[in-house]
Design a protein. Structure first.
Length: 200
């Protein structure tokens, strides 16, 4: 069952997510669930291109051993905070919410019960649609004769966005500190980041 879209706020912020891979699909879905007007841009014909080949097409989703200590990071405290915000249990709950029940193997790998990566991508797409998100696959558009214009009609479509589009719109890692989008994340204080307005 696909979770219903939440009631939209009076003024929904516009969010652009570039890339409909696993991270982009998740970012777009969570933004839409929070009431944002989301447009997800993808240049390929299919969603979750790399997702579709994981686990030889069965889609290995995560592992029971996933923990901050399993990763090398310049800022271990940042990584630990990130796992507290969205760890393995949160991922599995989200998958269940969008209609992707999972199972664990004897060695700790998690797969969808469907054993199909395609079903996972389809579930994300359906959930995003139910939440009011918009998918724009650039491969389905006519090639422009010049930037921003449709070769056939000569017209262009402008999609307003109040924030700078950011690739996959994920929570920035230590290397991203100081970037303009840093202070605008609601999770910022939880991961030791000052919730400041960007300069300039």
């Amino acid at each position: 069952m696909v979770a219903p879209a939440p009631e939209s706020p009076t003024h929904a912020p516009s969010v652009a997510v570039i890339g409909a891979g696993a991270s982009g699909l998740m970012a777009a879905l969570f933004a839409a669930w929070q009431g944002a007007a989301v447009t997800l841009f993808e240049r390929n014909n299919s969603l979750g291109r790399k997702l579709l080949i994981t686990g030889s097409g069965r889609c290995n989703l995560t592992n029971a051993a996933v923990a901050p200590a399993a990763y090398a990071c310049a800022d271990p405290s940042w990584l630990e905070a990130l796992f507290r915000i969205f760890g393995r249990s949160h991922l599995l709950e989200t998958l269940e919410r969008i209609g992707v029940p999972t199972r664990a193997t004897h060695d700790g790998w998690y797969y969808p019960l469907s054993e199909s990566a395609q079903s996972v991508a389809a579930a994300f797409s359906a959930a995003l649609d139910a939440a009011g998100g918009r998918l724009l696959q650039l491969a389905h558009l006519p090639p422009p004769s010049r930037p921003g214009r449709d070769r056939a009609s000569g017209h262009s479509e402008e999609i307003p966005c109040e924030e700078h589009p950011s690739r996959d719109a994920g929570i920035p890692g230590p290397a991203d500190r100081g970037e303009r989008r840093a202070g605008r994340l609601p999770q910022a204080p939880e991961i030791g980041w000052p919730n400041r307005e960007p300069a300039g």
